[in-house]
Structures are given as structure tokens and as C-alpha cells.
Write a protein that binds this ligand. Structure first.
Ligand code: 5RP
Length: 232
């Protein structure tokens, strides 16, 4: 009799983090995202650090981890483009559109994604959804606009709450605040992202539709599934 043991969410993250090494070009600079899945990728990247020039990082936390493992980190302004950006997601739909920002790094993540030719999303199977919106939508905002922006979301049926840490507003790496918006189903991510990004005081909405995934390495009970998405 053979028995199979289901992999834990943590093991799935390790699996996809390692699988992403296949997309790292030798001799190149790789865009690196933020989060617990990316941490597994960074650990794997350290094993091939002699084969790459370095990384452009999307957060202070990832920069610290990369540097602690001996990987050179370049400022985004030092590169014109990147072959690939590797990052996790809070949700990903069937077209490669994502919700991101659970780790509050969404603005820098979008900047590094914009530099990259390919976005490789690494995620465990729990992140795959038919429609974005079960996870509260993170929105980075300028503090003086947060009440106004919360009212605009309320008019759309969303409930926005200020993200707190230890009872105080969380400060992003850019010194701004995060609103988490519940109760919205995002059926047209491209249109939604464009609309919200134009509201005064919004730094970045955590919908990644313009910079969606090209590939998703999804950790499942059957192993890593590679999902590819045509560009829109
Ligand atoms: C950080 C992000 C992360 O990619 C997202 O929150 C997923 O994180 P994890 O891999 O820890 O589940 O967008 O801002």
C-alpha cells in the first residue's frame, strides 16, 4: 500500500520558489518581489548567486535578505530593463491578473514589474481564484487623502480600513499608508486598475492587470503546475 502525504503550504512555497530558478538568466540581473514565497526563492537564488550579476529588489525586507545572502542589489534607476521579475501574489485569476500588496510592497513591486519583460508569479494553489476580490484589496495612499478615498470605495460598495501595526498606521517603504478594501469583486481588472489609479491620493492600487503575470508556477498537491497567459 502506498501512502501520499499532502504538502504543507510552506512546502509548496519552497517548491515554487525553487522552480523559479529556471527563469533566472545566467549573467543577468533578476527582479525580486516580496513575501514569504519570494523568501523561499531568494534562499534558492543564493545557491546560484555566482551565476548572476545581482537583483533589483521591490522592498527593504527583500533587499536585506538578498544582501545577507551575498547577492548584490541594484537600484531600479541603475537598470533600463530586466529579463524577468519573480514575485508572489495574494490572488491570481485565470488570465494572470493578480491582487498584491499583502506585504505592503505593492508600489515598488509594480515599478520593478514594469521594468521586466516577463512576470513569473510563484504561488501555492490557495491563491488561484476565479474572480479577484476575496482577499481585501490593498491600496497605497497619501495619508491626507485616505478618508476621501475610503468614501469613494464606499460608493462602489467597498469597505476600506486603514492597515495598522501595533495600533498605529502601517508606514510603507515609501512612507505612505495602506487601505485594505473588502467587499469588491473585480470582474474587469484592467478597467478597475486604471480607474482607481487616477483617484487623487492613490499611489498604487494592488491590482496587477497592466503588469499581469506572464507565467504562474502554481504549487499544487500534484507538484508545480506551469500556467502561461497571453499578453493582453
Ligand atoms: C507583498 C505581496 C506578496 O507577493 C503577496 O502578499 C504574497 O505574499 P506571500 O508569498 O507571503 O503569500 O504582494 O506586497
Amino acid at each position: 500500500m502506498t501512502t501520499t502525504t499532502a504538502l504543507s503550504q510552506d512546502e509548496l512555497k519552497t517548491l515554487v520558489g525553487r522552480a523559479a530558478l529556471e527563469y533566472v538568466l545566467p549573467g543577468g540581473i533578476v527582479g525580486v518581489g516580496t513575501g514569504s514565497t519570494v523568501d523561499r526563492f531568494i534562499d534558492a537564488l543564493a545557491e546560484i548567486k555566482d551565476q548572476i550579476v545581482g537583483a533589483v529588489s521591490s522592498s527593504v525586507a527583500s533587499t536585506r535578505r538578498l544582501q545577507a545572502l551575498g547577492i548584490a542589489v541594484f537600484d531600479a534607476n541603475e537598470v533600463e530593463s530586466l529579463p524577468v521579475y519573480i514575485d508572489g501574489a495574494d490572488e491570481i485569476d485565470g488570465n494572470g491578473h493578480m491582487l498584491k500588496g499583502g506585504g505592503a510592497a505593492l508600489t515598488r513591486e509594480k515599478i520593478v514589474a514594469a521594468l521586466a519583460s516577463r512576470f513569473v508569479c510563484i504561488a501555492d494553489a490557495s491563491k488561484r481564484v476565479p474572480t479577484l476580490g476575496r482577499f481585501p484589496l490593498p491600496v497605497e495612499v497619501i495619508p491626507m487623502a485616505e478618508k476621501h478615498i475610503a468614501r469613494r470605495f464606499a460608493a462602489k460598495g467597498g469597505q476600506a480600513s486603514l492597515r495598522l501595526v501595533g495600533g498605529q498606521p502601517l508606514l510603507t517603504d515609501n512612507g505612505q499608508h495602506i487601505l485594505d478594501v473588502r467587499g469588491l469583486w473585480i470582474t474587469d481588472p484592467l478597467a478597475f486598475e486604471s480607474e482607481i489609479n487616477q483617484w487623487p491620493g492613490v499611489v498604487t492600487a494592488g491590482v496587477f492587470a497592466q503588469h499581469k503575470a506572464s507565467v504562474c508556477l502554481l504549487g499544487t498537491a500534484q507538484g508545480v503546475k506551469t500556467l502561461t497567459y497571453p499578453s493582453s
